[in-house]
Design a protein around this ligand. Structure first.
Ligand code: ZN
Length: 211
């Protein structure tokens, strides 16, 4: 039997057993990154406007040219990219592996839910900012416009289980939060730890498991 044929059969067995949705959702892997308020940005880059390095899939979102060093009491991560546009709150999104390297205990939170999260220091070549809070491990989520959400029969804030990964290393990710906005392009966001666990490469897709 050809290798491709065998892969197709394995995929069919896995998906049939789990009752997954027909439609596949593209996966976006989020590397560690930083969101900043205008005030914090200006303190770190007084005379340097934020510049677009690469547009991301979600409309208006971009990876900036500017990067920062993230510093804890026990370690640091260099060249952590800032994502634009600037926001109403500053937030640092790290993986569990990053947290371990920084010797920090960081909670898993939905983006923007930063009350009670640990603070962290950000350093540029011009200055530094000590965020009093805002270090999180981003909770896995799926961006959907309303029309597609209706197709799947899912609601804002609902948690779903999703089959992701390659044929030889697929995993089911539970507690994946649905985020609906008509500006969104369908995309599942996971971090680098989750992507590595499921062997996510360039062209991987996710499928929502129907309950
Ligand atoms: Zn996202």
């Amino acid at each position: 039997m050809e290798r491709e044929e065998l892969k197709a059969i394995i995929k069919k067995i896995v998906t049939d057993k789990l009752n997954v949705a027909e439609t596949e959702i593209p996966i976006g892997v989020s590397n560690r990154h930083i969101h900043l308020t205008e005030k914090d940005y200006k303190q770190l880059f007084p005379d340097e406007p934020i510049q677009v390095k690469k547009w991301l899939k979600q409309p208006g979102e971009f990876a900036a040219e500017q990067t920062l060093t993230v510093v804890s009491d026990k370690g640091e991560l260099q060249r952590v990219r800032i994502l634009g546009p600037l926001r109403k709150f500053s937030q640092v999104e790290l993986s569990k592996t990053d947290a371990r390297m920084l010797g920090m205990k960081i909670p898993i939170r939905v983006s923007g839910d930063i009350e009670g999260t640990p603070g962290i220091k950000l350093v540029s070549k011009y200055g530094e900012v000590c965020l009093p809070k805002g270090a999180i491990i981003a909770k896995r989520h799926i961006h959907l416009p309303e029309s597609v959400a209706n197709e799947y029969g899912v609601k804002q804030g609902e948690e779903v289980s999703v089959l992701v990964g390659s044929e030889i290393r697929s995993v089911v990710l539970n507690h994946c939060t649905i985020r609906i906005n008509n500006q969104f392009i369908p995309e599942m966001h996971i971090d680098t730890d989750e992507a590595n666990a499921a062997d996510i490469a360039g062209d991987s897709f996710a499928k929502i498991i129907k309950s």
